[in-house]
Every structure is written in C-alpha cells, then in structure tokens.
Design a protein around this ligand. Structure first.
Ligand code: GDP
Ligand code: MN
Length: 380
C-alpha cells in the first residue's frame, strides 16, 4: 500500500521522526485557512502517489494568503504523471541548509534490509545512482540483529554528511529503521532529509509503502487501503477479494496460486504475447470465484483472449471443471478462452469440460500449448 506524503509523515511522526506541521485540504479556501493557521511562509504540496512533484510544478512556496490561493488553484486538478491532484498538503515552510537522502527497503537477494544514505539528496536518487554511485552509502542490516547506534554512526560517516548533521541523522535513521520494521513497511524513503541552518535534521518528504499483508497487525492501516490509487480493473478485483494486478497487455490470465499465476504471466511473454493482468484465484476454484475472475477480466477492454491455467492440488479436477462450467454459464464472455487443467483428477475434469468445448472455448494439454494458443487467438 502506497501512502500519500501527508500519511507518510503522520506515520513517521508516530515513531518520533521530526516532520513539519501541516494540514491536508481539498479546496482553495481550505488551503488559505490552513496556511493562516500555520503561519507564513508555507509550502503548497500536491498529494499524489508518484515522485517528482517538485519538477512538475506541484510544490510551491507561498509567503502570504494571495500566493497560497494562486498556488492552490493551480495545483488542484493538475495532472502529475497520470495522477490528478485532489488533495494538497499545506506545510509550514522549512529553512534548508543541506538536502540528503535516506531510505530502507528489502534486498531480497541477500535476505537483508538495505539502507541507503546520501549527501546528494533532494534530487532523483536513480540519477545519483547512475551518475555517481559512490555518493550513496549502503548498509545491509540483518533483520535478526537490527541496526545499532554504532552502525548507524559509521554509516552516516561513510555518507559524508555535514558533521553538524551527524547526531540528528543517527537519531532519524534509528527511528526510521524502527518505523520500517515495526510498521511492516516495504519501503520508507526520505528525500530530502534536511539539515536546517539551526542544526536540526528533519524529514521534508515521505515516501512509504506498507505491506498490505500486515494489515491484521495494524487495524488502523485500513484507512490507507481506502485511499489506494487503483485502476478500474484493480478496484473491481479488490472488491471481489481477488489477488489481481493490472498489466498493459491483451491476454487475460487466471491461475490458482501466486506462483502459477506468475509462471503463467511469464510464459505468455515467452511465447510472444503480452499478459493483461496477474490474477491468482487462490487454492480452490469455486464457480463464484471463477465467475468473479472472468467478470473482472471480461471488463478489461484490452483483453483479446483468456488463458485459464489451473493445477489441481487439494482441489480436485472435477470440482475445478464444474466451477468453470457454472461460471461460464453466468458470465457472457466475448473473447476466446483457453484452458489448461492438470493435477489431481485432471482426467475427470477434462471429461466434464469436453462437451462444452468450441472455437471459443479450447483446452490444451500443457501450459506451453495453452499459452501459445491463447496468444495466437488474441491475434495481432
Ligand atoms: P518531490 O519533488 O515529489 O520529491 O517533492 P519534495 O517534497 O521532495 O519537494 C521537492 C523540493 O521542494 C525539495 O527537495 C525542496 O528543495 C523543496 N521544498 C519542499 N519543502 C520545502 C520547504 O519547506 N522549504 C524550502 N525552502 N524548500 C522546500
Ligand atoms: Mn521528494
């Protein structure tokens, strides 16, 4: 779950990371009222779940009510990389001496947390990584050991921040690590982390991605789920409780199990097609779930064929087949469907499907054959 900046800052504040006071608003008048309460100068900040707002004109300093009004009017409704600005964060402006970068994320290849810290902050970190990789100090933290103050201090020294920032940076980084671990985040990023002329170190921006699977541990994360930016298809799938990720191809994919669903997406690519989505219908394959999956995929105007890839484990082949047949009776599908059914009692399942087969509903013995057929049926 991606958070807006203002949500990310509220999240940081819970762990004691210094952030500026501010208010979230959705109209020009509210923006001015918030600025009056906060005191000038303020920063008017577009709230969209995408970076580079500053460059796009979505971050503006305002010294009085008139400037606040002008900036709020210009930024509300603005399109930033395909995201429409509907909310503004009005924040008390900070004086900046230096801008740094700090983040934690998971490095799956070494099964450790990866911390990145750079004295070159405020700019696109990908650009720093490409042009001046030595300017990013990295630390790998074993999740069992955690991050010690000593390690954090050595890390800050390696990043060559201004010595005046050392104490503040160590403090923020330890808190950021705690927020990342205890808050079940996949990513926490502060860019810029600023050194103020007065010597304090302070988070001026917040990019936070929380692990959606950890909501059960943090009931208040439901509020973040409610503000997730989803495309139409993802919203519909989410309402049906399906594990769906929209992609930009044209072969609709339905599989049971996340691993099989990913393999199916891969194999569609491998045989020269483009998957329209990832969709894992879970262990079973009941008519209800299958019908829901077919509805979501059928409503995607880019889909030109559907590949159903089911491997029966605990779920038996005949149950899967009956589920598919019932679902097909309920949902009017306009594009050809290719089924691959294997695993427990696959023979029984295939017998059940046989009388229903046609040009528009085909069955193939292997995953590869099924993918090739689905891609061929999708046409050019
Ligand atoms: P992003 O462009 O989406 O990453 O948005 P940021 O929140 O990082 O803001 C972009 C830039 O605006 C920062 O790097 C700062 O240079 C500037 N900025 C943001 N807030 C303030 C502030 O309170 N005071 C000053 N002087 N500049 C700010
Ligand atoms: Mn930023």
């Amino acid at each position: 779950m991606d958070l807006f900046e203002y949500q990310g800052k509220q999240f940081f504040a819970r762990y004691g990371i210094p952030v500026s006071p501010g208010e979230v608003v959705s109209t020009v008048d509210e923006a001015v009222a918030a600025a009056e309460r906060l005191g000038y100068p303020v920063v008017v900040k577009a709230q969209v779940q995408v970076g580079g707002r500053g460059k796009a004109g979505g971050i503006k300093l305002a010294g009085d009510a008139e400037e606040t009004r002008t900036h709020a009017r210009n930024i509300l409704g603005m399109d930033i990389k395909g995201h429409t600005v509907e909310l503004l964060w009005i924040e008390k402006a900070s004086d900046i001496a230096e801008e740094y970068y700090a983040s934690f994320t998971l490095d799956r290849s070494v099964k450790k947390h990866l911390g990145m810290l750079s004295a070159k902050g405020g700019v696109d970190i990908e650009a720093v990584a490409a042009e001046d990789p030595d300017a990013i100090a990295k630390i790998w933290v074993d999740p069992v050991d955690g991050l010690t103050e000593e390690q954090a201090r050595a890390w800050v020294e390696a990043a060559k921040l201004n010595p005046r920032a050392t104490e503040g940076a160590v403090d923020v980084l330890l808190k950021l690590y705690r927020a990342y671990v205890e808050g079940d985040a996949d990513l926490v990023e502060i860019n810029p982390l600023i050194l103020k002329p007065t010597g304090e170190v302070h988070a001026l921006d917040a990019k936070v991605t929380l692990d959606g699977n950890a909501v059960f541990r943090h009931p208040d994360y439901e509020q973040y789920d409610a503000t997730q930016v989803r495309d139409e298809r993802e919203r519909a799938a989410h309402e049906k409780g399906l594990q769906y990720v929209g992609l930009d191809g044209y072969v609709g994919v339905i599989a049971n199990g996340a691993g099989l669903a990913m393999s199916t997406v891969d194999i569609v690519n491998q045989v020269g097609g483009k998957p329209a989505n990832f969709l894992d219908i879970g262990g079973g394959a009941s008519a209800d779930v299958m019908a829901g999956a077919l509805e979501v995929i059928n409503n995607d105007p880019n889909v030109r064929s559907i590949l159903i890839n089911i491997f029966g484990g605990i779920t038996k082949g005949e149950e899967v087949a009956n589920g598919i047949v019932t679902a097909l009776g309920r949902v009017q599908i306009d594009v050809p469907i290719v089924i691959r059914l294997d695993g427990t009692n696959a023979d029984l399942g295939r017998e059940i499907l046989k009388p229903h087969l046609s040009d528009k509903l085909q069955m193939q013995p292997t995953m590869l054959d099924a993918a090739k057929t689905a891609v061929a049926l999708a046409g050019k």
